[in-house]
Design a protein around this ligand. Structure first.
Ligand SMILES: Cc1cc2nc3c(=O)[nH]c(=O)nc-3n(C[C@H](O)[C@H](O)[C@H](O)COP(=O)(O)OP(=O)(O)OC[C@H]3O[C@@H](n4cnc5c(N)ncnc54)[C@H](O)[C@@H]3O)c2cc1C
Ligand SMILES: NC(=O)c1ccc[n+]([C@@H]2O[C@H](COP(=O)([O-])OP(=O)(O)OC[C@H]3O[C@@H](n4cnc5c(N)ncnc54)[C@H](O)[C@@H]3O)[C@@H](O)[C@H]2O)c1
Length: 476
């Protein structure tokens, strides 16, 4: 069956980004079709944010409780693995998307299940699971929100070794006895934290000198220390030379560049992401299949007046909340252009530009201790040519931190723009810091002058008093 239909906008991919583009277009009164090849809700709902955080929450809660006198004795036992995995399954909606499809349809959007591909300007063809074929035409725009997938390095033997990617690491129903984690980025440290606590003996193989190399160096140092104390082994400055799993079953054997051999039951490659653009018809509109989409600050693909790339697929900030933010921005820009608004608000922090992707994107790493950062690190601020000063404070010296956890270890850094006397970036590492992050985001995005921040009094005795200490340290 071939069906040809016209909509104001066609959205390719119903992950968190695509869903929010649909919602913004609904608010603007535009008609939309949304195409999804797997599960509405995307990577985030089923193989990323939701299941990974469900695995991690008992780990961090137990670790924090063990630092509270009077409580620590009550939480000395192992985690109830079956209960943790069952709760994870629930948070991943048992890998069913009825709820998300229902929500999408309640917005008035038309939902198509199938692989969507561009077929020349403003046209998308959909091949459904039952052989259906749809031709969708967009009056104004097509928004590509197809996200990203895990990328595996070109290592000899890897293809036949049944290695885990983030999908298996977040959805496994068994706890491997020995787990090798290759890569020390966010997926690597979060999954090493979770599986070590669930009973695996984790060995991390890191090619650089430390964990989380994109963040301030002290973050990776704190997390490495805690992971080591939890029993994980962290091997830095090593490269995987080959991987082997004979016949695809039994243990996996890794040879390092030094010639050393390591054996494990499973191996996770947490080595970054690639765009899901290899089979979406990019060649029909003059773009390179498999490439990240290069977009302007309104998320419109450079050189096009109708094609948008929103969320992971544009490589601006691979985070759910930034994808949803871009969706709000792109949705507003598409609607404004559709109604021929003469001038879009494209100045810094304007309504139609995703300024925060660069200047104020927050990120939390849900390990123990937690890490939370927003804006620029010291190195990024210096590289961007700002005249800056880094102000550091040991969070454990704050009264509220001492009450939160006995022997609290953590650090905060505020990167101050000395010319404008505003904060360009903030990083925290320590137990319980995730909920501090939004205060830092408001300070950075609001470009709050330090003279005014001095009057923002944190309550006593909370960990937030670290703000006061950072200000006092800055002012000497
Ligand atoms: C293990 C892990 C943990 C993470 N944890 C966090 C976290 O805690 N917080 C956070 O902010 N971010 C986290 N992220 C990142 C987050 O998952 C992504 O940034 C987010 O999912 C991007 O959303 P998206 O909608 O752009 O893409 P996706 O979520 O990848 O969704 C894209 C959708 O498009 C569909 N699709 C692809 N091609 C086609 C096609 N041709 N036709 C139709 N449909 C198609 C896909 O099936 C998918 O449903 C994590 C990532 C990983 C891997
Ligand atoms: N809590 C969160 O917000 C959260 C959690 C997980 C993932 N994410 C997002 O998902 C994205 C992907 O995460 P990721 O950890 O896969 O990627 P990443 O880019 O953050 O880290 C990948 C790491 O693997 C290393 N690496 C690459 N190839 C390697 C090889 N052959 N051998 C050894 N190491 C190698 C890289 O040097 C890098 O440090 C990130 O951009 C992150 O923002 C966010």
């Amino acid at each position: 069956m071939t069906e040809a239909v016209e909509f104001d906008v066609v959205v390719l991919g119903a992950g968190p980004t695509g869903e929010n583009v649909v919602d913004r277009l609904r608010a603007a009164g535009l008609s939309t079709a949304v195409v999804e090849s797997e599960l509405a809700g995307g990577e985030c709902s089923y193989w990323a944010c939701m299941p990974s955080k469900a695995l991690l929450r008992p780990v961090t809660a137990r670790a924090e409780a063990r630092q509270v006198p009077g409580l620590r004795q009550a939480v000395q036992g192992p985690l109830d693995t079956d209960a943790v995995l069952a709760h994870r399954d629930e948070k991943a909606a048992h890998w069913k998307d009825d709820g998300q499809v229902g929500w999408l349809e309640s917005t008035g959007a038309r939902f198509y299940r199938g692989q969507g591909r561009l077929h020349g300007p403003k046209k998308v063809v959909v091949d459904g699971p039952e052989g259906e074929h749809h031709v969708l035409t967009a009056r104004y725009a097509v928004a590509v929100c197809t996200g990203s997938r895990a990328v595996l390095p070109d290592v000899p033997g890897l293809a036949g070794a049944k290695a885990w990617t983030s999908r298996e690491a977040t959805s496994s129903h068994t706890v491997p006895g020995r787990l090798i984690v290759v890569g020390g980025g966010v997926v690597g440290v979060e999954m090493a934290t979770a599986w070590q606590a669930l009973g695996s003996q984790v060995t991390m193989l890191i090619r650089s000198v430390g964990l989380l190399p994109k963040m301030e160096a002290f973050v990776g140092e704190h997390i490495a220390e805690a992971l080591t104390e939890a029993g994980a082994q962290i091997r830095t400055d090593v490269e995987v030379a080959s991987v082997e799993r004979t016949g695809g079953t039994g243990p996996v054997r890794v040879v390092l560049d030094s010639g050393e051999r390591i054996e494990a039951d499973e191996i996770l490659f947490a080595t970054g992401r690639a765009p899901r653009t290899e089979d979406i018809g990019l060649e029909t509109v003059g773009l390179e299949p498999g490439s990240w989409l290069t977009v302007d600050d309104t998320c419109r693909v450079e050189g096009s007046d109708w094609l948008y790339g929103v969320g992971d697929v544009n490589h601006r900030a691979l985070l759910t909340h930034q994808g949803k933010y871009q969706a709000r921005i792109a949705g507003a820009a598409i609607a404004a252009r559709a109604s021929q608004v003469p001038l879009l608000e494209t100045d810094r922090w304007g309504a139609h530009v995703a300024t925060a992707d660069v200047a104020g994107a927050p990120q939390v790493v849900f390990t123990h201790p937690e890490a939370a950062a927003v804006g620029l690190s010291l190195a990024e601020a210096e590289a961007a040519g700002h005249r800056v000063r880094a102000v550091d404070y040991e969070i454990g010296d704050v009264a509220g931190a001492g009450l939160f956890a006995d022997g609290y270890r953590g650090r905060a850094r505020m990167v101050v723009d000395l010319d404008r006397e505003i904060v360009l970036g903030v990083t925290f590492v320590g137990p319980g810091v995730t909920e501090l992050l939004h205060s830092a985001t408001v300070v950075v995005v609001g470009e709050v002058p330090l003279d005014r921040l001095w009057h923002a009094v944190p309550a006593y005795p909370t960990i937030s008093e670290v703000w006061l200490r950072l200000m006092e340290t800055y002012r000497g």
